[in-house]
Design a protein around this ligand. Structure first.
Ligand SMILES: Cc1cc2nc3c(=O)[nH]c(=O)nc-3n(C[C@H](O)[C@H](O)[C@H](O)COP(=O)(O)OP(=O)(O)OC[C@H]3O[C@@H](n4cnc5c(N)ncnc54)[C@H](O)[C@@H]3O)c2cc1C
Length: 469
């Protein structure tokens, strides 16, 4: 390892290779509360640097961990010794083409910054995980991230056209895959294979992404329901109306109470929360606003608040409670175990929307049976739910119980025709659940295929080893 670091410093220059343990430790933590240990952090400035890092790592057999902002929630970005490759210095928007509706960006560009740049052209990149202000393009691509606007715009795999990747082979081969055009039939789809591969197959240095015009107007409606059935009735009516909402977000009443402790809101927020946003042209704003209000009230909402633009909704803090879902889940666990270091992994199942209510009820029932306090929220437009329970870092018995709960939640998702991981990825904590899902489908062969693919890309198993498969 020492010889590797010395050689790396010689090749890249000392300023790009940091070994100070205090600094390195900052790149070895995830917001879930998990942490690990790396030997060094490397800061490449271009694809050539990445190629040199991977070629040397191949020669020395040293594990390499590509990293964006480390906001991963499933242990996917954590190093186990080896070196972290941070994209902090590769953060340039390379070009914007409105005519082509594309943008070329380096892997370290933050999604929030990309959208600030694109707003100058009245365009946006629509995938917006809750961590959008700091999540990077490379991290979002590799996590296969989704977000609040997923109800309309899907996830990263719908928005990546082309990639420059570097392989963990002898030469650190730099390969361009995909196209600059929306239609592209380039043999097997290597772009989609890399999207969601969690840094286990190749290192992404830059990407060509699709972009889309900012909507003319957006209507936002935030409603609170005393019963889950009331919320689901409004959900059912809106989903069946032919209108395609931009956002459909949910938080159960317990989580609303917790979220209120993390953010000040001036309106009355009590009960199960349902947040809906709909894009439209300016002429339709009043009609959509009235329709959303009517649906919410007729379904049993006790309070409804609306805004006529995203900016107004942000000012009124209509989206703030939902944005603080993870903060609420941490607050819940911190309260249960005062003074302890805690771990919180939000679950990330998705079920068909027709099974959403059943899934929420079943998760609550199993949590109650196991004596676990649960917080439930999620991007329900596409049936994606993030229930969470936490445990103290030093309590092995509690950890085992929570892992049994993960399995129970996974069983619920699979029984209802869903999946164990919608957008957060497999990382380390969902490897067993991935296996469970493939067994449930009678497709364990798929895991063998995935492992073979890993060997083709990464014959020495040095790239983010131990993750996904
Ligand atoms: C408060 C909060 C809210 C969140 N909300 C959402 C949400 O709504 N939807 C959602 O999908 N996720 C969400 N997440 C999870 C996470 O933020 C996203 O997946 C995000 O896109 C990760 O970006 P990152 O830059 O932090 O990547 P990292 O966490 O650094 O990395 C993610 C994965 O990508 C790999 N990687 C990073 N960069 C590269 C690269 N250049 N080349 C190859 N591999 C690379 C890493 O090894 C790791 O496996 C949330 C997290 C938090 C803390």
């Amino acid at each position: 390892m020492r010889a590797f670091v010395e050689e790396l410093r010689g090749v890249l220059g000392a300023s790009k290779v940091v070994v100070d343990p205090a600094i390195v430790s900052l790149y070895s933590r995830e917001p879930t509360g998990l942490s690990s240990e790396a030997m060094a952090v490397v800061f490449p400035e271009n694809a050539g640097d990445v190629s040199r890092i991977l070629s040397l790592a191949y020669k020395h057999g040293v594990p390499v961990y590509p990293q964006g902002s480390t906001t991963d929630l499933s242990g996917g970005a954590l190093p186990e010794r080896g070196v972290v490759v941070s994209f902090e210095r590769m953060n340039r928007v390379l070009s914007v083409s409105i005519l082509d509706s594309t943008v070329d960006v380096e892997a370290g560009v933050r999604l929030g910054d990309l959208n600030i740049e694109l707003s100058r052209y009245k365009y946006m990149f629509p995938v917006d995980p809750g961590s959008v202000s700091i999540a990077t393009v490379g991290g979002a691509i590799n996590a296969g991230a989704g977000g609040l606007r997923g109800a309309k715009y899907g996830t990263m795999r719908d928005w990546v056209l082309g990639l420059t990747i570097v392989l963990p082979d002898e030469r650190g081969s730099i390969v361009r895959v995909g196209c600059r055009t929306t239609k592209c039939r380039q043999g097997y789809d290597l772009v989609r294979l890399i999207v969601g591969s969690e840094g286990t197959l190749a290192v992404v240095t830059d990407a060509t992404l699709k972009i889309t015009p900012l909507p003319e107007a957006t209507v936002v409606s935030l409603a609170f329901f005393p019963t889950l059935e009331g919320f689901y009735e409004a959900y059912r009516v809106i989903k069946s109306s032919g209108v395609q909402p931009l956002m459909m977000e949910f938080m159960d009443s317990e989580t609303v109470e917790l979220a209120k402790q993390t953010v000040d809101v001036s309106f009355k927020a009590e009960g199960n929360m349902f947040l809906v946003a709909v894009d439209c042209n300016v002429e339709a704003v009043e009609r959509i606003e009235g329709w959303l209000r009517k649906v919410m009230i007729e379904s049993g909402a006790t309070s409804v608040y609306t805004a006529r633009s995203m900016e107004e909704a942000e000012e009124m803090k209509l989206i703030a409670l939902r944005r603080n879902l993870f903060a609420a889940q941490i607050a819940m666990t911190a309260k249960l175990y005062p003074g302890k270091s805690i771990v919180v992994h939000p679950e990330d199942i998705a079920v068909p929307p027709s099974k959403l209510l059943e899934a929420i009820r079943a998760i609550r029932a199993v949590s109650d049976e196991m004596g676990l306090k649960v917080s439930i929220g999620g991007h329900v437009g596409d049936g994606n739910i993030h229930p969470a329970v936490g445990y103290p870092l030093d309590d092995e018995k509690a950890r085992r119980k929570v892992y049994e709960w993960y399995r129970e939640v996974a069983r619920i998702a699979l029984k209802l025709g869903g999946t164990v991981s919608a957008e957060h990825g497999i990382g380390v904590i969902k490897k067993e659940l991935l296996q469970m899902e493939l067994e449930h489908m009678g497709s364990i062969k798929a895991l063998e295929i995935m492992r073979s693919i890993k060997r083709v890309f990464d014959p020495k198993n040095i790239l983010n080893p131990g993750k996904v498969v």
